[in-house]
Design a protein around this ligand. Structure first.
Ligand code: SF4
Ligand code: SF4
Length: 222
């Protein structure tokens, strides 16, 4: 019997709302050139991600971001499995990308600042460019390679570095299964004695928690 190419059960842990957010992302890319108003979803997502940092660090990245949802659902069938190159995680590269993208956006908007359709097109073009980058890198390396240096994620991580940290208990056997499941390739087990993980790039996706055989991981208040 031939195997189906596309079947939802590969990511059964992803709730329907994540698939809908992923579909929303695809719709913006596909239709934004014709309906520039859709481009305003980009600043909304940016503001949501950064504001979320005040309360739960990069929680929005792993649970609400339409592009992150696209990576975790539709794109999970095509994403690669090679390690994310360390340079993408370096501060110089990350802040460089942020300055580049913000500069490009400001320069493009300044060309016609009184036309909201122009603003929408600029946001859409940023979305298209960065998604193309993310998809290409995600196929070569890991699915969430883009998230290693996403400017919004970087800001949210800095703002919420001490918020909603993943907790690790003495039940940990340091088997490393959780780290293999982490889409951001973060260290977890080494913080067993500290009781919590200080990773500012944790996107609070709970993938590690779902895989842990001893139930050693939890969220604050959980
Ligand atoms: S999967 Fe659980 S037991 Fe294994 S290293 Fe991670 S936290 Fe520890
Ligand atoms: S540490 Fe756990 S919750 Fe954080 S990004 Fe990695 S898998 Fe997700």
């Amino acid at each position: 019997m031939t195997k189906p190419i596309f079947c939802i059960p590969k990511t059964p842990d992803k709730p329907l709302y994540r698939w809908l957010l992923g579909f929303f992302m695809i719709a913006i890319i596909a239709l934004g050139w014709k309906y520039p108003l859709l481009g305003f979803a980009v600043p909304v997502a940016m503001i949501t991600g950064i504001t979320g940092g005040l309360f739960r660090g990069r929680y929005v990245c792993g649970n609400i971001c339409p592009r992150g949802s696209f990576y975790d659902t539709f794109f999970s069938y095509f994403g690669g499995s090679r390690p994310i190159p360390p340079i993408y995680k370096s501060l110089v590269f990350r802040w460089g990308i942020m300055v580049l993208l913000m500069g490009f956006m400001t320069w493009r908007i300044a060309a016609n600042p009184s036309d909201w359709r122009h603003w929408g097109m600029v946001f859409w073009s940023i979305c298209l460019i960065t998604t193309a980058m993310g998809v290409t890198l995600g196929m070569i390396y890991r699915t969430r390679t883009w998230c290693a240096f996403c400017p919004v994620g970087t800001l949210a991580g800095v703002i919420g570095e001490r918020k909603y940290r993943l907790r690790i208990s003495q039940k940990c056997r340091q088997c490393g299964i959780c780290e293999q499941a982490c889409p951001m390739e973060l260290s977890i087990a080494r913080y067993k004695n500290e009781g919590e993980t200080p990773n500012r790039d944790c996107i609070k996706c709970s993938s590690c928690m779902k895989k842990c055989p001893t139930g050693a991981l939890s969220w604050p208040g959980g």
